[in-house]
Design a protein around this ligand. Structure first.
Ligand code: XMP
Length: 315
């Protein structure tokens, strides 16, 4: 485990020595990019521009939350709403790796535009060790292409800076606590967002369904944790399946969508076990999803797969 104080002092010094021009960083509100942004802004201040890209696959209220998180940072900050472009690019795409590649490429396009606008020579990324380990290369197998890894700086024509590259999630979280960042206790959220939690085509309509279901899952789990019924899982979310099933809604036959609830315990995301959520809490989630979204969703299932063999996300 790194010593947070020493790590910050060392990295700030290192960044001051390497980043001699303007830099941009994509911030998601997640702990990795928030810590990378906090350390870099300490080093270079307003020469850093933080960019939040609204891909249309963000969680409910995410853009507002992220704005609040970064308003206190000593850096330039902007939000780019690129949702229509992302929806268009993912039209008809069902293959998980293609989705990830397309999203990665779109991110690059959006960044390139902002980078050109601000005249940035450096791209700062919150890449951590599991991101590049799982993205493969050399002797490693590609488990999944993390959106922020692979080929990015070459295409974008900027120098890549990755201050957290050697760290694992628990170490980054420790740093976030030391830096007193709001993001410290936020659960991880993948860069490709809800697009990889919609199995099959990630249409805007399906994004809306999984967004609402995900909101209910988060809300009920957080409430249960606050009430002391459970300890907050490491990660918890909803996945939308491309499977419709038969049910009854009122007196009528229903044919609706299936939502998977996933909650896991982990230390570093490299392995995970499914959370033993009490039935009482699962019941509240299921009843709320089917009551509030009953015209669309009529089945809720709980994922009891560990990692390995499953991964945490479904794609
Ligand atoms: P998996 O699904 O590989 O996920 O077990 C491990 C952890 O990484 C998150 N994840 C991502 N994070 N970009 C990210 O920044 C990505 O492309 C990505 N894919 C998965 C996932 O939510 C889990 O916490």
């Amino acid at each position: 485990m790194v010593n947070p104080e020493e790590f910050v002092v060392e990295k700030v010094e290192e960044l001051r020595n390497t980043v001699d021009g303007k830099a941009i960083i994509a911030v998601s509100g997640g702990v990795d990019s928030s810590v990378a942004a906090a350390i870099t802004s300490r080093a270079i201040g307003e020469r850093l521009t933080g960019v939040f890209v609204d891909t249309g696959y963000m969680r409910k209220n995410e853009a507002e939350d992220v704005k609040r998180i970064f308003s206190g940072y000593d850096m330039d900050f902007r939000v780019v709403d690129a949702s229509d472009e992302f929806y268009e690019a993912l039209k008809g795409v069902v293959n998980p790796e293609r989705k990830r590649k397309i999203i990665g490429a779109k991110f690059i396009e959006v960044f390139r535009d902002v980078a050109e606008e601000v005249g940035a020579e450096y791209l700062v990324q919150g890449t951590i060790a599991p991101d590049w380990i799982e993205s493969g290369g050399e002797l490693r197998d590609t488990i999944k292409s993390h959106h922020n890894v692979g080929g990015l700086p070459k295409k974008i024509g900027m120098k890549l800076v990755e201050p957290l590259r050697e760290l694992y999630k628990d170490e980054v979280r420790e740093l976030a606590r030391y830096l007193k960042l709001d993001a410290a206790e936020r659960q991880p959220f993948p860069g490709p967002g809800l697009a990889i939690r919609i199995i099959g085509e990630a249409t805007p309509e399906r994004a809306e369904i999984v967004r609402e279901a995900n909101y209910i899952v988060e809300d009920e789990i957080e409430k249960a944790a606050e009430e002391g019924k459970i300890s907050r899982p490491w990660q918890y979310f909803a996945v939308l399946l491309p499977v419709k099933t038969v049910g009854v809604h009122g007196d009528l036959r229903a044919y609706g969508e299936t939502i998977v609830v996933r909650a896991v315990e982990s230390l570093d995301a490299m392995s995970a076990s499914y959370s033993r959520i009490p039935h009482e809490v699962l019941d509240r989630i299921s009843v709320r999803i089917t009551n509030e979204m009953g015209d669309k969703v009529n089945r809720v299932v709980y994922d009891i797969t560990n990692k390995p063999p499953g991964t945490i996300e479904w794609e």
